[in-house]
Ligand binder design. Sequence first.
Ligand SMILES: Nc1ncnc2c1ncn2[C@@H]1O[C@H](COP(=O)(O)OP(=O)(O)OP(=O)(O)O)[C@@H](O)[C@H]1O
Length: 97
Amino acid sequence: MAYGQTGTGKTYTLGRLGEEDTANRGTMVRAMEDILAEVSPEIDSVLVSYLQVVVRRSRCNHYLSELHKTLLDSCISQFTATRDLNCGLANLRYMVA
Ligand SMILES: Nc1ncnc2c1ncn2[C@@H]1O[C@H](COP(=O)(O)OP(=O)(O)OP(=O)(O)O)[C@@H](O)[C@H]1O
């Protein structure tokens, strides 16, 4: 999990692929590597979901508690879900105006 102001390095820390040097891989990519090393394609299936929360105003605590309530109530309809059909990655995006 990463949180912070825009441009502070969340994607850099979590998502770098490290295509030229594996030492540069991000945390999320390393975790996926470990998981995929343990699965058998014949018998296992792996589902990946990704939740992105965008808070546009400065009253973060108010919106984060709203999000917490939403998650507890399982109001999934408030999320915009997109799915990359090529890789199966689900991107759940919760927008707070
Ligand atoms: N530790 C770091 N070393 C070098 N460059 C960095 C580092 N962290 C971030 N950057 C660079 O800073 C820029 C912004 O980083 P990044 O896109 O990861 O931010 P972010 O928090 O994910 O932003 P947003 O919330 O807008 O998606 C990128 O060009 C990234 O390469």
